[in-house]
Design a protein around this ligand. Structure first.
Ligand SMILES: *Cc1c(COP(=O)(O)O)cnc(C)c1O
Length: 264
C-alpha cells in the first residue's frame, strides 16, 4: 500500500487505501428491479446508482435537488447515458424528501413497487457492504480513517474491524454532530447492535459540504487529492499528527474514497 510521506507526521505512519465506497454501499442494495434515489447535481451516489443500474439491468430514477439546468453537467449526463431517468425536486420539498408525505408522492408517480434508497445510499445494506472493507486491508494497522458524509461508510468500517482496532471519521459537513447518533443508528439497523471502536472528528469541514478555504485549496493542489471528501480527511490526519493526537508509532490506513469525475 502506498505510504503518505510528510515531515509533519513524525512517527505516525499513514497508508493510503484507494477504495471507491459507493459501489460497496450499493452491493447489497441491488436486489430490486427498480431503484429510486436522491442526490445533488454532482452526487457521486447518483452516478454510482446509475452505473450499477446499467451493469445489473436495474431501472434507476435519480431525484435531483433543485431545478433542471441544461445542458446537463458531466455527472448527470453520465447518469443519463447509463440509462437513469432524472427528475427534479424543488429545494423545499427536497429537504422533506425522507418524510412519508414526499415518499408517498414519489411512489404515486413512479409506482408502489419501487425501492427507495436514501440520499447518499446509507442504509443497513450499505453498512454491511462497507463492513467488508477492513478484511481487504493487507497491512498491519491501528486505525482506519475515512471521510464521513452521511456516516454509512464509517458505520460499516467500524462494524467490520478486527478486535483492538479503531475507526475515525472526518465529517465533511458543518455542524455534523448528528453523525454520532446516525452512525450508531445505522449499525443498530444493520446488526441490531452498536460498536464503541469509532469516533467522528467534526473540526475539518472547512465551512461545510463542498466548501473550501485558501488553506484547503493549497493542500488540494499540493497533494492532488479530491476536495469534497478526501482532502478534508487527509488535512485532519496531518493536523492531528502535528498536534501529537496519535501515539508515536500509530499506523493509520486512510481510505481514499471515490474517483475522478467522468469527462464528457
Ligand atoms: C459518499 C462519499 C463519502 C462519504 O460516505 P458516507 O457513507 O456518506 O459517509 C466519502 N467520500 C466520497 C468520495 C464519497 O463519494
Amino acid at each position: 500500500m502506498e505510504e503518505l510521506l510528510d515531515p509533519g507526521l513524525g512517527r505516525v505512519r499513514v497508508f493510503l487505501k484507494h477504495d471507491d465506497n459507493k459501489p460497496r454501499k450499493l452491493k447489497y442494495n441491488l436486489g430490486h428491479p427498480r431503484l429510486l434515489t436522491f442526490g445533488g447535481a454532482y452526487s457521486n451516489h447518483i452516478r454510482a446508482v446509475a452505473e450499477a443500474g446499467r451493469r445489473h439491468g436495474i431501472e434507476t430514477i435519480g431525484v435531483i435537488r433543485g431545478e433542471e439546468h441544461l445542458p446537463l453537467n458531466p455527472s448527470l449526463a453520465h447518469a443519463v447515458a447509463c440509462g437513469m431517468t432524472i427528475t427534479y425536486l424543488d429545494r423545499a420539498s427536497y429537504r422533506l424528501k425522507h418524510t412519508e408525505e414526499v415518499l408517498a408522492g414519489l411512489r404515486a408517480r413512479w409506482g408502489q413497487d419501487i425501492a427507495i434508497l436514501p440520499e447518499g445510499g446509507s442504509n443497513a445494506a450499505a453498512v454491511r457492504g462497507c463492513a467488508e472493507l477492513p478484511g481487504e486491508i493487507g497491512t498491519d494497522y491501528d486505525v482506519i480513517c475515512c471521510p464521513a458524509g452521511t456516516g454509512g461508510t464509517l458505520a460499516g468500517i467500524s462494524a467490520g474491524l478486527p478486535e483492538g482496532k479503531r475507526a475515525l471519521g472526518f465529517a465533511v459537513l458543518k455542524g455534523a454532530g448528528f453523525l454520532n447518533g446516525e452512525v450508531a443508528r445505522l449499525q443498530q439497523e444493520a446488526y441490531g447492535r452498536t460498536w464503541a471502536n469509532w469516533s467522528v472528528n467534526l473540526d475539518y469541514h472547512f465551512g461545510g459540504y463542498a466548501k473550501s478555504t485558501p488553506t484547503l485549496d493549497r493542500f488540494i493542489a499540493k497533494f492532488r487529492v479530491e476536495g469534497v471528501y478526501v482532502a478534508k480527511m487527509l488535512y485532519g490526519i496531518l493536523d492531528l499528527a502535528r498536534q501529537d493526537a496519535f501515539a508515536p508509532g500509530t499506523r493509520i490506513v486512510a481510505v481514499i474514497t471515490g474517483r475522478p469525475l467522468p469527462r464528457l
